[in-house]
Design a protein. Structure first.
Length: 303
């Protein structure tokens, strides 16, 4: 893997579970609705769109024990992208061409190797990163609409902490109390009314200790993905959370393309952009933590 995401972010450890088979649902009795299928929330894949936004190439799994077979690629029938959900249909396996640059980006799409699916209805943003899911997945884990617009986010880019409203201030106070340290930056990424918000928080340093967190805020609980770092080590290595970050958490390079509801805890799809590529993570909220279910990486340098 390229050196760019030497992110101490990843200290939380890999928690890649084998994809489970969908359990067969019993036939409903007359007058009853079909039960929601039981699915493993980690039974997903990641893909990226071509320059037209009409095709997706499935990324090879980082965990070699979970190969993307043709059968598994064909099982992915929906794409959850930043713009919405799109029905997809398997196309073919595309072989690498001599012109392949190794980059997982739209300008190299035709030369990259992997399973290609077509968007049947609608269009993704060119080069978008999408979550690919099987039949029944969005019934079991429905998408939560993002009410925090890009325009709202861009409007507070230069004042990521000072422009907080009263509700956000209350959220920050809860987070500070839970983490035992004061916040320096609070940067919302995804919001669903007053009931749910995902944000990036950078805390003030305590001696050599730096801390950033991706946090899911709900009315009765907080779920954290902590990103600790050492100021001394970071200055020596050329970056605290990633290479060349000047020991500043690059919160503006983080995104939450989708949040999905789940009985055991919401799912959060997050991307972290680095100088050479994009880290992709799928989390589930459990026991006060955003537990990693699956990860992948899109090498894109030079951007």
């Amino acid at each position: 893997m390229p050196r760019t995401l030497v992110i101490v972010v990843l200290a939380a450890g890999i928690c890649l579970s084998a994809a489970c088979q969908q359990q067969a649902a019993p036939t409903p009795a007359p007058g009853q609705s079909a039960p929601i299928p039981t699915l493993d929330p980690a039974d997903v894949a990641f893909g990226y769109a071509d320059s037209t936004g009409s095709k997706l190439l499935v990324l090879t799994e980082m965990d070699k024990s979970l190969p993307i077979s043709e059968a598994r690629a064909k099982a992915m029938v929906w794409a959850v992208c930043p713009e919405g959900e799109f029905p997809i249909r398997y196309g073919r396996f595309q072989k690498r061409t001599p012109a392949d640059t190794g980059r997982k980006s739209s300008d190299n799409f035709a030369n990259d190797e992997g399973h290609v699916s077509e968007i049947v209805q609608g269009q993704a943003t060119p080069d978008a990163t999408c979550l690919l899911v099987p039949e029944g997945y969005l019934q079991a884990f429905p998408v939560v609409r993002n009410e925090f617009s890009k325009a709202d986010r861009d409007a507070r880019r230069d004042t990521p902490f000072q422009s907080l409203n009263d509700v956000a201030k209350q959220r920050v106070e809860r987070i500070e109390k839970a983490q035992g340290r004061t916040a320096k930056i609070y940067w919302p990424l995804h919001r669903s009314g007053a009931s749910q918000e995902v944000a990036v928080v950078e805390f003030n340093a305590i001696g050599d200790s730096l801390l950033g967190s991706l946090v899911l805020v709900e009315p009765t609980r907080l779920s954290f993905f902590d990103m600790p770092a050492s100021l001394e080590k970071g200055r020596k290595d050329g970056g605290c959370w990633r290479v060349d970050d000047d020991c500043r958490l690059q919160y503006e390079e983080m995104n939450v393309p989708a949040v999905l509801g789940a009985p055991g805890g919401p799912l959060v799809l997050a991307t972290l952009q680095g100088a050479e590529g994009q880290l992709i993570l799928l989390f589930q909220a459990k026991d006060g933590k955003l537990t990693e279910l699956r990860r992948n990486y899109r090498y894109q340098a030079p951007r």
